[in-house]
Design a protein around this ligand. Structure first.
Ligand code: DAH
Length: 346
């Protein structure tokens, strides 16, 4: 009766080889109906059992079970493959692009006032200067008296300001920070700069505003001379304006320095020919400077016979205007995006 056994084996192999033509859900279903139902060729063979001798029956049953299990296993494997392929296809078809384009944030610019202020601070810090801060609301005492400008001194006229009360005002310059720095140092040598806002009743032309920025500088020590002042300022100006710009030192007067100078750079508007921006002079003043007046040293507890020093006050907007060719100081304050954007870090 080994015939029937080999028949089972043949049918099983045939069914399994047919499996290779199953490629999709439909043919899988067809295959299932054809080969895994009660009416399948394989199941039909079961009816042969009655023709077998008793001792063969159990063996035949086992053989049939193994064949069915093999077909079933092959079917399950195929079904899994087809299902996986379907899922993969579906995933591919339904892919969502989760990478939204980012928001295009508008990059602002840096106001040229701060670009210049930072650069000036960097320049002096690299030379070893300390950076100080002083109050915007200042006493008459520091703003004027300590700067050798007593009450009724004509120099007060040029620095008319906004008074909070008769002895307190919005500081007219950063120079009072010289006195504050010397008070703090208690008679020892010092090198400092102090950036800050200043206020004056002053808006009569395109290079003046009622509020403006200055950077004060002060060096006090033994043997400090005008040569030190000139060398320091020349280095600073060359750094800000390069080699080509013409710079001139001009004798001047400030009550808190002796001798005093003003430093001018050729006008950004006319290049030195003379125009309304530079009031026809071809130059724009950027700073006042001088050797610290003996009275200022004395009031701060320094003996002028032992100590000397130089000081300077740089107008930040003036430097920005010259540096970037800005023809009207008000542009720096108006916050017009078209203006500021030109100074974008991009
Ligand atoms: N404080 C002066 C002003 O605002 C500028 C100035 C001149 C400052 C000479 C100084 C200096 O330190 O030595 O007009």
């Amino acid at each position: 009766m080994s015939e029937i056994f080999s028949k089972v084996s043949q049918i099983k192999d045939k069914i399994i080889s047919e499996m290779s033509s199953v490629k999709d859900e439909a043919s899988l279903k067809e295959f299932q109906e054809k080969h895994l139902s009660k009416k399948s060729e394989l199941s039909q063979l079961m009816s042969e059992i009655k023709n077998l001798a008793n001792e063969e029956k159990a063996k035949f049953g086992q053989c049939m079970n193994e064949a069915r299990a093999a077909v079933n296993e092959a079917f399950q494997k195929k079904a899994q493959e087809i299902n996986d392929a379907l899922i993969a296809q579906k995933l591919k078809r339904e892919t969502i692009d989760i990478t939204l384009p980012g928001y295009n944030y508008k990059m602002g610019g840096i106001n040229p006032f701060y670009l210049v202020q930072d650069e000036i601070i960097d320049t002096f810090v690299s030379m070893g200067y300390e950076v100080k801060e002083g109050p915007d609301v200042e006493s008459d005492y520091y703003n004027f008296e300590r700067m050798n400008i007593p009450a009724n001194h004509p120099a007060r006229e040029m620095q008319d300001s906004f008074y909070i009360n008769p002895t307190t005002l919005l500081r007219t310059h950063t120079s009072p920070e010289q006195a504050r720095a010397m008070d703090e140092k208690g008679g020892k040598p010092l090198m400092m700069i102090c950036p800050g806002k200043c206020f004056r009743r002053d808006d009569d032309d395109v290079t003046h505003s009622h509020q403006f920025g200055q950077i004060e500088g002060l060096v006090v020590g033994k043997g400090i001379t005008l040569a030190n002042l000139k060398g320091t300022l020349e280095l600073f100006i060359r750094k800000m304006f390069g080699e080509k710009r013409e710079v001139r030192f001009r004798g001047s007067y400030f009550p808190f320095t002796e001798p005093s100078v003003e430093v001018d750079v050729t006008c950004m508007n006319c290049g030195g020919k003379g125009c309304p921006t530079c009031k026809g002079t071809g130059y724009i003043e950027i700073l006042g400077a001088g050797m610290v007046h003996p009275n200022v040293l004395k009031m701060s507890g320094y003996d002028p016979k032992v100590y000397s020093g130089f000081a300077f006050g740089v107008g930040i907007e003036r430097v920005a205007m010259l540096r970037y060719g800005i023809d009207d100081i008000r542009k720096i304050y108006q916050g017009d995006v078209r203006f500021i954007e030109q100074f974008s870090r991009k």
